[in-house]
Design a protein around this ligand. Structure first.
Ligand SMILES: [Zn+2]
Length: 370
């Protein structure tokens, strides 16, 4: 069975929650309909005419891109201009576009995480936290014979996760009372009579973003006509989420050695390096794309080197002034690593569906090195 576009969106939002996106960003479904069926997905960094033609040729009707199809406000779509022609070709070929940008950069298993993992960094931490996961507590009251069904439905919907533990719940037995009034059809008890029922008070926590799914699971699995439940906002601080990652290199190496390793691991055509060749580097910060904004926080966090892309002349000078070595492997190479990772993630999530997930083979680094 093919999947609905809305299901793919939910799978993407689990990986890259929309609330992680920067305020200035534009993410989500750019073109298409949540109700449409998806048979084949093409994953890429950028949607351009070459990728649109590739999607059409390979039978993909959904493109998932990192960089948004629409970033600046669209004032017109003229077919004799690049963006208008691109949208015309996409619509003509019935191709939808979904983009996950800064939310995918910051995601727990997003661009910067994969960059850190490629460099085999140890004890990987978020470099510049932008938010912390927020939680709700759910308390509900379930008749004894339905406790297991409700509990399992809640945990399947994303409740009860704490760090690396799943199915975290608590229950205590008690007595519930209620009086069904005229016109009700109670699961237990009779109209107008006070009923006393052995119930469990069942409680668990869940990320605020899962509210809809968790409540749907509760209402679907609970046997009562009127479900008694409370949702409390929690002040507990969840794990940090944000931009870039920082961690220890598996062993101290010279800046030159690390630069060559970065070049090879990322398949970059070139790396620009600022810093002394022989300098020993132990702690590295990484940031996919353009990471000049996190140079100071990388240095403050004890990084000897920042691996990123798109650094300018004055930024390299500023890094030297703060005694931070920088390796610029380019925007494309530091982000392109997310494409195979996304393909693997989507394939895992969709393994029981008839949806094929492909990586773009046509998109290329725009820079040539002579
Ligand atoms: Zn980028």
């Amino acid at each position: 069975m093919a999947a609905k576009c809305s299901e793919i969106i939910a799978i993407m939002e689990t990986l890259a929650p929309p609330e992680l996106a920067a305020e200035w960003d534009n993410i989500g479904l750019m073109l298409g309909s949540p109700a449409a069926e998806v048979r084949r997905i093409l994953v890429c960094l950028d949607v351009n005419l070459i990728v649109a033609e590739e999607a059409a040729a390979r039978g993909a009707n959904l493109i998932i891109s990192h960089h948004p199809l629409f970033f600046h406000p669209v004032k017109h779509l003229c077919f004799d201009e690049a963006q208008g022609e691109l949208v015309r070709r996409l619509v003509q070929n019935n191709i939808m576009v979904y983009s996950a940008h800064t939310n995918l950069d910051s995601a727990d298993l997003g661009v910067s995480y994969h960059l850190a993992a490629r460099l085999e960094l140890e004890d990987i931490q978020v470099l510049a936290p932008t938010n912390r996961e927020k939680y709700f507590k759910l308390v509900t009251f379930v008749p004894e014979d339905h406790e297991k069904v409700v509990r399992e439905a809640l945990t399947r919907a994303g409740a009860g996760w704490t760090g690396n533990y799943s199915d975290c719940t608590f229950r205590v037995a008690g007595t519930g009372t209620f009086r069904p009034l005229a016109g009700t059809s109670p699961y237990i008890g009779q109209e107008e009579k006070l009923a006393e029922v052995k119930e469990y008070r069942l409680e668990t926590i869940f990320p605020t973003a899962r509210l809809k799914e968790v409540l749907q699971a509760l209402f679907k699995s609970h046997p009562y006509e009127e479900v008694a439940y409370d949702v409390y906002p929690l002040a507990n601080e969840g794990p940090a989420r944000g931009i870039g990652r920082i961690g220890a290199l598996p062993r101290p190496v010279s800046l030159e050695e690390l630069a060559l390793q970065v070049k090879e691991t990322l398949g970059a055509a070139r790396v620009n390096v600022a810093g002394e060749r022989e300098r020993k580097v132990r702690k590295a910060a990484v940031c996919g794309g353009a990471g000049s904004d996190v140079m100071a926080v990388a240095r403050a966090g004890g990084a000897d080197v920042l691996v990123t892309g798109d650094l300018k002349f004055h930024e390299a000078q500023a890094a030297a002034a703060m005694d931070l070595a920088v390796i610029d492997a380019g925007h494309f190479a530091t982000e392109r690593i997310i494409v195979p990772a996304l393909v693997t993630y989507l394939q895992e999530q969709l393994q029981e569906r008839e949806v094929m997930v492909l990586a773009s083979q046509k998109e290329q680094e725009p820079w040539h090195v002579f």
